[in-house]
Structures are given as structure tokens and as C-alpha cells.
Design a protein around this ligand. Structure first.
Ligand SMILES: C[S@@+](CC[C@H](N)C(=O)[O-])C[C@H]1O[C@@H](n2cnc3c(N)ncnc32)[C@H](O)[C@@H]1O
Length: 509
């Protein structure tokens, strides 16, 4: 998938981004019709300033990028209605002409809505493809009959959250169509062809629109779900695999994350296992907050921490300066591709950095990068999640291939945001075919909008992780099933405390 899907909260949308989005809109949104009061036949233009006025404090922008350029975006707002739930409204969806029909719209919407349990999801559009994207992303059909039931609520939210719906705006919903007179006179000369294409695959229930009108398209949580094929679900989840990064960037490791409480003991054991002495160098790939970096540097080591979430280690960087601890270096970088000429006496990659990706090749890239940064004779200490214990305690199994709907039925949790205990069997689902572990994580805190994401990971059997290390040219000294912070004891593979497998390797001289 050549596209990169990310989010920006509107509070962080800077002038450069707004300029890029406004330029995309102006070049690709559409053309004024002959009935428009001005500029007939010309592209609909949008200035960055105008775009800024359309952003509310809590809106978020989902971006589809290719080679660093934005080729599509969606602006989403959410409104909680008492007694109903969240109405989630995409107020703008713009895709570059050359990137249409490549599922960019569907994936943008999916990356916003994921498997959320909102009350309603929708948009106002004159483009039937956008409605198909809404249906696919929310796995529900748009039907005027359902939209009509909530007409008043939707209009009220529209008046509050959008600039194109006013008190006087006419909303026309009958059993045969659902549309709204936004007086937005877009050229409709392509509409018949688009409708023809969009209606070959599934029934079209939204009726026809006149120029100046748009469809008011919503789907609702309590509608029956369209069963998507496992390939369709896989494609959407894969495209939003950057979700893992977003999930990590919203995970605030603090006092409630018990697994992170044992830093001093762990630092002592890292030094002992890797035979380190003051002045030697350590690389921590996927360092998170940088807790091990700080603890090791305070023992006199020269430590480089790398994580792709810069926010995670900023506080620790400041703390090192405050405490006058030398030998601390943090780099924002991807553990799969980070490169430096330096070779290290030890590399550590702890707590499930390897395993962050459902795609095994990506995890191996991290392991390979650990190995390549070791001095000959240097040690690598990694910990990965224990699959056997996860499987032994599991309550939910499925096959994405045969029963993709099971994923929709999985209960969401707030684990990453609260305890970080991703081993609670109530909240994970194992794909028996692939052994990928699925969770649905909700994020409510912080300065971003509440979100729900499907997070997938890979956990390992002892034989597999040992084999993978050997394949990277490392000698495995030992591996242990361990409890966080108690790395001396090798527990049984299915001991409920044995969440991690700790592996010590050496790069041969
Ligand atoms: C569970 S945390 C563990 C953090 C740290 N090692 C510790 O023990 O506190 C996993 C970390 O891996 C980072 N991570 C995952 N994939 C990464 C990648 N490809 N590049 C850089 N960091 C990554 C995440 O941002 C997150 O901070």
C-alpha cells in the first residue's frame, strides 16, 4: 500500500498544512455549475484562511499521503447526543483526481471510524462514491428510511458543526431519497456516470439530486452490518496499521502502567546480563519514555534511545538535563530503518517493540536492525510477548478469513490508555489461522478526540523467537519466560505471570 494514513488534531494544523489542503481542495474538489451565481465552469476555490474557519477546536484531520504529499484528506467532527451517543460527521472529504477509485476515501473514513460504536456516521456530499465509501467504512447501508428517523437531530448537529447548514436549509427525506439543499452549485455533468458506476455493485437507495443539492448520507450503529470479505477488512486494517503508531503516541506510560514500574531492577539486570561497565555504549530501540535510557545513563553508560513517538521521551530528555545526567541521547526514528555508523556494546529492545506489527517482516526488520548495530561480541537483550500464555488464557478465537464479523463483536477496552495490560483475555481475540492477536482500543483522554482503533500484534513461541535471532546471525545465550521486573526466574511457558519472553543473544566475533 503506497499510501500513508495519519491524523492531525485541528489544533496542530499549521499554515503550511492548511495551504496544502486548500490547494488540494481548489484543484480537485469540483467545478461550479452554470447555475452558480459566480465563476461558472471554474474550479471551486478554497483559501487556507477560509479552511481554518471551518475547523472547530475538536475536529481532526485524517490525511492520506503519498511520498510525503497529501493526496486526500477528511475533516471529522464529533458530537455527543444525550441518550443516543456520538454523531460522527465528516465535514469535508477531498481526494486528488488521480488517486480516486483506489480506496483512499474508504480508508480515510475507516481510519476515522474504525470499529467505533458511535450512534451515527455520515457526511453531506454530491458524490455517490463518497456514500459508497461511507457504507464500506461503517459496514452499513445508507437508507433514507433510517436517516429520516433522525432528521431533526442530524440537522441540529449540522447547524452547529458545519458552515453549510443553516436553520433555513431545506432537508428533504422521503422513502425514495435523502437530500439537503445546501445551495452548493457544483457541476453535475459527471454525476450520471458516477451513479451508474456506483450502483452496479449494490442497491442505491439514496435517490437522485438536483444541482445545488447534496445527499445527506448517514449510517447508524443499530443497522444490520454488511458482511465485508476478509480481504476487504484486511485491506482496511492494513492501511490503517499506522494506527499502531497512533495508539502508541496516545499511550501515556505513567504510574498506572504497572509493567513499567521495575526500571531500576531491570537496568541492573541489563548491565549484568550484557556484562556492561561504565563508559560503554547502549542502543535502546523503541525506547518509549526512555526510562531504561535514563536509568542506564545514571549508571555511567552512554545510551542512545530511539522511538518513533518523539513526545514519549521528551519529558525524560528534560529530566536528564535537570539531573545533570550525561550520556543520554534521544533520536526520533523508526526502529526498522534507523541507522548510525556507531556500533554498540549492547542493544536492548524491550517490551514488545518486536511484535508491534501484524506483518512479521516488519518485526524482523527491527530485529535485524538491532543485530546490525552490535559490536562483534556485543549483546542483544530483547523481550517479546509470550504467545503460549496468551493462547492458554484466551477466551476468544476466530478466523478473519472465515468469520470477519467476530472482529466487530469484540469488546473494546481502554487498556493502552489505562493499565497497559494487553493480556486481559476479555479483550483480545486470536486469529487461529495466523496467530495474530487483535484488540480494540479506545482513547478518551488527551487533547485529541476520542478514538477507537483496532490494534494488532504478534506474540511469540520460544522456539520461534530463538530461531529468528539465529537467522539474523546471532548466538542465543538463553531465553526465559519472565514476569515484568523479575527477569531472574524462568517461569513455565503458560504461567499466567510469564507475559514476556526475554532473550539474550551475542553477536559472534
Ligand atoms: C510497550 S512500549 C515499550 C517502550 C520501552 N521499550 C519500555 O520498555 O518502556 C513499545 C514502544 O515501541 C515503540 N515502537 C513500536 N514500533 C516502533 C518503530 N517501528 N520504531 C520506533 N519505535 C517503535 C512505540 O512507540 C513504543 O514506545
Amino acid at each position: 500500500m503506497p499510501y500513508d494514513f495519519t491524523f492531525v488534531p485541528s489544533s496542530l494544523a499549521n499554515d503550511a498544512l492548511l495551504q496544502e489542503l486548500a490547494a488540494l481542495y481548489s484543484a480537485h474538489y469540483g467545478i461550479w455549475s452554470a447555475k452558480a451565481s459566480r465563476n461558472a465552469g471554474k474550479p471551486v476555490q478554497l483559501s487556507p484562511n477560509r479552511l481554518r474557519t471551518w475547523l472547530t477546536n475538536d475536529s481532526k484531520i485524517a490525511l492520506a499521503k503519498m511520498d510525503g504529499q497529501v493526496v486526500g484528506y477528511a475533516i471529522a467532527v464529533q458530537k455527543k447526543l444525550k441518550g443516543f451517543g456520538v454523531i460522527s460527521w465528516v465535514t469535508q472529504l477531498v481526494i486528488h483526481k488521480e488517486h480516486r477509485k483506489r480506496d483512499v476515501g474508504k480508508t480515510l473514513l475507516f481510519s476515522i471510524w474504525g470499529f467505533s460504536d458511535h450512534f451515527a456516521w455520515g457526511l453531506v456530499t454530491a458524490n455517490p462514491y463518497a456514500i459508497r465509501a461511507l457504507e464500506k467504512a461503517t459496514r452499513r447501508r445508507c437508507t433514507p428510511e433510517r436517516i429520516r428517523r433522525h432528521k431533526r437531530k442530524l440537522k441540529t448537529v449540522g447547524i452547529e458543526q458545519t458552515t453549510y447548514i443553516k436553520d433555513a436549509t431545506v432537508v428533504d427525506i422521503t422513502p425514495a431519497r435523502s437530500c439537503i439543499d445546501t445551495e452548493f452549485f457544483l457541476d453535475h455533468s459527471q454525476l450520471a456516470t458516477k451513479l451508474e458506476n456506483a450502483t452496479t455493485t449494490a442497491p442505491w437507495l439514496m435517490g437522485l439530486i438536483d444541482e445545488g443539492w447534496e445527499w445527506l448520507a448517514f449510517t447508524f450503529h443499530d443497522q444490520p452490518e454488511i458482511v465485508l470479505s476478509s480481504q476487504e477488512i484486511e485491506r482496511m486494517i492494513r492501511a490503517s496499521d499506522q494506527v499502531t503508531r497512533q495508539a502508541y503516541s496516545r499511550m501515556r506510560v505513567n504510574g498506572s502502567h504497572r509493567w513499567a514500574r521495575h526500571t531500576p531492577e531491570e537496568a541492573r539486570l541489563i548491565v549484568e546480563c550484557c556484562g556492561l561497565s561504565a563508559g560503554q555504549s547502549v542502543l535502546d530501540l523503541g525506547c518509549g519514555t526512555g526510562r531504561h535510557v535514563l536509568a542506564l545513563a545514571s549508571m555511567g553508560l552512554q545510551v542512545t534511545g530511539v522511538d518513533y513517538v518523539q513526545d514519549a521521551f521528551e519529558a525524560t530528555r528534560a529530566e536528564a538535563i535537570r539531573l545533570n545526567i550525561n550520556g543520554v541521547r534521544f533520536v526520533e526514528g523508526d526502529a526498522r530503518s534507523f541507522v548510525t555508523d556507531e556500533l554498540f556494546d549492547a542493544v536492548i529492545c524491550l517490551y514488545d517493540v518486536i511484535g508491534s506489527y501484524a506483518d512479521q517482516d516488519q518485526n524482523i526488520l527491527i530485529l535485524r536492525n538491532c543485530a546490525r548495530h552490535l559490536k562483534p561480541g556485543g549483546h542483544l537483550l530483547i523481550s517479546v510477548m509470550n504467545f503460549e500464555m496468551t493462547q492458554d488464557r484466551a477466551k476468544h478465537f476466530f478466523s478473519l478469513e472465515k468469520d470477519p464479523k467476530a472482529l466487530s463483536d469484540l469488546r473494546p477496552s481502554t487498556i493502552m490508555e489505562t493499565t497497559g495490560n494487553v493480556f486481559d483475555p476479555e479483550f483480545y481475540l486470536i486469529d487461529s489461522d495466523t496467530e495474530i492477536v487483535y484488540r480494540k482500543e479506545q482513547f478518551k483522554e488527551g487533547d485529541q478526540l476520542p478514538a477507537e482503533m483496532v490494534v494488532r500484534d504478534r506474540r511469540y513461541r520460544r522456539e520461534e523467537i530463538e530461531r529468528r535471532c539465529k537467522e539474523e546471525g546471532l548466538d542465543v545465550e538463553w531465553s526465559r519466560f519472565v514476569q515484568t521486573g523479575h527477569w531472574e526466574n524462568d517461569l513455565g511457558s503458560t504461567d499466567p505471570r510469564a507475559k514476556e519472553i526475554l532473550v539474550l543473544c551475542t553477536r559472534p566475533k
